[in-house]
Design a protein around this ligand. Structure first.
Ligand SMILES: Cc1cc2nc3c(=O)[nH]c(=O)nc-3n(C[C@H](O)[C@H](O)[C@H](O)COP(=O)(O)O)c2cc1C
Length: 326
C-alpha cells in the first residue's frame, strides 16, 4: 500500500502509532517502526534527559524512521530538547504549529500536526506543516468535537497536503474506510494500547478488552483532577469506571478537589486498579478483542485492508466478491 504519506515519511505501511503520554515508550515506538509503520513517542511528560534516553533506545532497537510528539499548549518549552535529536518526524498537537515549522525543517524533520477542526488544518497547512492528522472525537485521549467520518473528508477538501485519519480506527476496515474518505494513512492510539509492548498497567489493557463501544465518555473530569487547563473545547475520552461514575455530573466539586483526586488516580494506576484509574481510550474499544504484538498488528491491519479493497469494488458493482468473508 503506497500513498503520499508512505513516500514522504519513508515507511512501508500507512499506519502511524498515536503518540500517547504514559502510553508510548521506546519499545512500542520501535516495534511499530520496525514493522514498517511510523512510531511516535509522546514526549510532553518526559524530562530532556528522559527524551534523550528514549530516543537513544529507539535507535538501538531499529534503524527505521520514527517521530517525537509534543502537546504545544503545555510543552512548547521542550521543542529544542526534541529537535536536537533530529527525529524523522516532529509531531505536534493542540496548539499553533506555526512558530515551530522552520525549526523542525532546519533540524531535518518533517512536521506532522494533529487537528480536530477544519480551520486549524487550513492554518497548519498555510504555516508549512508537511502532513495533517485529522483526529475525530470518537478517539481516545484528548479530542475535539467533530467525528472522524465527517472531519477527514472536510480536511481533505480544505488542504493540499496529505491527511492521516485518526480516531476510531482499529482494523483493516478502518484503514480502507480512511482511504475512501481521502486520507492517505491512519494513526491509531487505543488499538496500540492493547498490545503486548504497550507500557500501561494490565488492568487498563483488560478494561479495553472488556469494554463495549458505548462504554466511553468524553469528559473534563480527568483534566480537572490533574489541574491541567486543556484549551477549549478539548476534553478527554475514557472508559467509564467506578471513579468516573462517582464524579460525572459533579464537575465543580472535582475542580475544587483538583490534585487530591489526581493523586487518587495516580495511586490507582500504581496498584493497577482499573475501577479507579484514568482509563483513557476511544470508542474503538468495542472492536478490540486481543493483545497482539504491535508489529503483528501493523501487518494484520494492512493485510486486511488490502484484501478488502478489491472486495469493495466487487460489492459496489453487484458482483460476488472473491473470498468475501464479510
Ligand atoms: C492514553 C492516551 C494518551 C494520549 N496522549 C497524547 C499525546 O501526548 N499527544 C498527542 O498528540 N496525542 C495523544 N493522544 C491521542 C492519540 O495520539 C490519538 O490521536 C488517538 O488515540 C486516536 O484515537 P484512537 O484512540 O481511537 O485511535 C493520546 C491518546 C491516548 C489514548
Amino acid at each position: 500500500m503506497r500513498t503520499r504519506v508512505t513516500d514522504l515519511l519513508g515507511i512501508r505501511h500507512p499506519v502511524l502509532l498515536g503518540p500517547m503520554g504514559g502510553g508510548t515508550d521506546a519499545r512500542l515506538v520501535a516495534a511499530v517502526s520496525h514493522a514498517g509503520g511510523l512510531g511516535l513517542l509522546a514526549a510532553s511528560f518526559l524530562t530532556p534527559e528522559a527524551i534523550e534516553a528514549e530516543v537513544a533506545m529507539i535507535r538501538e532497537l531499529t534503524p527505521m524512521p520514527f517521530g517525537v510528539n509534543l502537546l504545544l499548549w503545555r510543552s512548547a518549552d521542550k521543542v529544542e530538547a526534541v529537535l536536537q535529536h533530529q527525529p524523522t518526524v516532529f509531531s505536534t498537537a493542540f496548539g499553533d504549529p506555526a512558530p515551530y515549522v522552520d525549526l523542525a525543517h532546519e533540524a531535518g524533520a518533517l512536521h506532522v500536526h494533529m487537528v480536530s477542526d477544519v480551520p486549524s488544518a487550513v492554518a497548519a497547512a498555510r504555516a508549512g506543516v508537511d502532513v495533517i492528522i485529522a483526529q475525530g472525537e470518537e478517539g481516545g485521549g484528548h479530542v475535539g468535537l467533530q467525528s472522524t467520518f465527517t472531519l477527514v473528508p472536510q480536511v481533505v477538501d480544505a488542504v493540499d497536503i496529505p491527511v492521516v485519519a485518526a480516531g476510531g480506527i482499529g482494523d483493516g476496515r478502518g484503514l480502507a474506510a480512511a482511504l475512501a474518505l481521502g486520507a492517505e494513512g491512519v494513526l491509531m492510539g487505543t488499538r496500540f494500547l492493547a498490545t503486548r509492548e504497550a507500557p500501561i498497567p494490565d488492568g487498563w489493557k483488560r478494561a479495553i478488552l472488556d469494554a463495549a463501544g458505548h462504554d466511553t465518555v468524553r469528559t473534563s473530569i480527568p483534566d480537572y483532577a490533574s489541574e491541567s487547563a486543556w484549551p477549549e473545547p478539548i476534553a478527554a475520552r475514557a472508559i467509564r469506571n467506578a471513579f468516573l461514575d462517582r464524579w460525572l455530573g459533579r464537575e465543580e466539586e472535582v475542580r475544587r478537589l483538583g490534585n487530591v483526586l489526581g493523586d487518587q488516580l495516580r495511586e490507582a494506576r500504581r496498584r493497577d486498579d482499573p475501577s479507579e484509574m484514568n482509563l483513557l481510550a476511544g470508542e474503538v474499544v468495542g472492536l478490540i478483542h486481543d493483545l497482539p504484538s504491535a508489529g503483528a498488528l501493523v501487518e494484520r491491519i494492512v493485510k486486511e485492508a488490502e484484501a478488502l479493497l478489491p472486495q469493495l469494488a466487487a460489492k459496489a458493482s453487484g458482483r460476488a466478491a472473491p473470498n468475501a468473508d464479510r
